[in-house]
Design a protein around this ligand. Structure first.
Ligand SMILES: C[S@@+](CC[C@H](N)C(=O)[O-])C[C@H]1O[C@@H](n2cnc3c(N)ncnc32)[C@H](O)[C@@H]1O
Length: 372
């Protein structure tokens, strides 16, 4: 699978689009506001800039992209009000893979002005917005040219499915019956995914370190894993339900078994300890904050609510979220004709699962500062 070509959230603003189904990362963005405020304020105060470059890596398309911009502009505006200084000119780069719906973002930019007016941002901050296509696993900027990087819900997407996952053992595919690390995956599958993440994340840190000015900062949040058992993580359960839905289609002759056997996700959710170890070993960044928090696959469900309300509706909610994220990958591998049926089956499996268990997962949120 060529991840850069195939990974793409559903564009536009229809019911199945990512824009209409991105409430979970939005909640995460609101949750990391204090971290964002701390990082941007420190950059503003310490670097005393006339111009400031900010990049959102993996911006996708939808309301969250603009939320980050309005947050940063508001923070800078408030700082200027306090200090009486002229605001810096802000350059925002919105980065994602080439198939991202950049047009949708550009067409909605006037909403940014509206939201700044609605929030009564007092000091007007000059800003410029540019789209930047390309993988964040490669260089995106000239050396030492960026003050602040942000990325929400992206780094769990690795650059490729680990190469050896497609191998056969005794004539059987190594990860038979799974599309990610699952309870029945051999330990080697977990190790291969873990190693791919380690290599990608180390590379990401090195590249961003090259691009950041000294003392530049990053606020990153991405999906993680609470459990120590790599074969039994929260996302192993979620993707396990999708694998079950695909398998039911194989049983009914709607999907080729061979197609299912060759489908594995370019995805990995690390534990907080794994992430911390990689950052520490590399030694390029100081960890300023590391604050994991819980999230839930149903955007309309309250985390603390233990009562199972309408599991069927909740199954449908969760299915819409997952569909908006991986429809393009499914369609590219299995063909677009299976998509409606697959996500309807998935909704049913999720609904059943929710009768006895939750679908919560941790989000790893951290702020990092480039060492001097
Ligand atoms: C779940 S979306 C998150 C979007 C947005 N940040 C938000 O909070 O709603 C993940 C995004 O990361 C992008 N992405 C994944 N891997 C990437 C890579 N290597 N380079 C750039 N973008 C990537 C995907 O295309 C997708 O738009």
């Amino acid at each position: 699978m060529d991840v850069e070509k195939v990974l793409c959230m559903v564009g536009g603003s229809s019911e199945t689009s990512y824009a209409a189904n991105s409430t979970i990362p939005r909640k995460a963005l609101l949750r990391i506001r204090p971290m964002l405020k701390e990082a941007v304020t420190e950059i503003y105060r310490n670097l005393r800039l006339e111009k400031m470059t900010v990049a959102d890596l993996g911006c996708s398309s939808g309301p969250n992209t603009l939320l980050l911009l309005s947050e940063v502009i508001r923070i800078i505006s408030n700082q200027c009000l306090k200090t009486g200084q002229q605001p810096p000119e802000m350059q925002f780069f919105l980065n994602d893979l080439c198939n991202n719906d950049f047009n949708n973002i550009f067409q909605s930019l006037d909403r940014l002005e509206e939201s700044l007016r609605a929030e009564k941002v007092t000091i007007s901050v000059p800003y410029f917005v540019a789209g930047l296509p390309g993988s964040f696993y490669g260089r995106l900027f000239p050396r030492q040219s960026v003050q602040f990087f942000h990325s929400t819900f992206c780094l769990q997407w690795i650059s490729q499915v680990p190469q050896d996952i497609g191998d056969k053992r005794n004539g059987k595919p190594l990860n038979k019956g799974n599309i990610y690390i699952g309870k029945t995956s051999p330990p080697l599958v977990g190790k291969l995914y873990q190693e791919q993440f380690r290599s990608d994340f180390s590379n990401f840190l090195k590249l961003r370190c090259d691009e950041l000015v000294p003392c530049g900062q990053m606020v990153l949040s991405f999906l993680g894993r609470n459990k120590n058992d790599i074969l039994d993580g929260e996302w192993s359960i979620i993707w396990g339900l999708l694998a079950k839905s695909l398998d039911s289609m194989v049983q009914e002759g709607l999907v080729e078994e061979e197609n299912l056997d060759t489908f594995n996700l370019p995805f990995y959710t690390p534990s907080a300890e794994e992430v911390e170890a990689i950052i520490t070993l590399q030694g390029l960044f100081d960890i300023i904050r590391f604050q994991p928090f819980e999230s839930n696959l149903d955007p309309f469900h309250d985390l603390d609510d233990d009562v199972v309300h309408d599991n069927v509706q909740r199954g449908a909610n969760c299915s819409k979220v997952i569909r908006s994220v991986i429809e393009s990958m499914i369609a590219s591998h299995f063909g677009s004709t299976i998509v409606d049926d697959l996500f309807s089956r998935f909704a049913t499996h999720v609904a059943k699962h929710l009768l006895t268990e939750k679908l919560n997962f941790p989000v790893l949120a951290l702020s990092l500062k480039k060492k001097e």
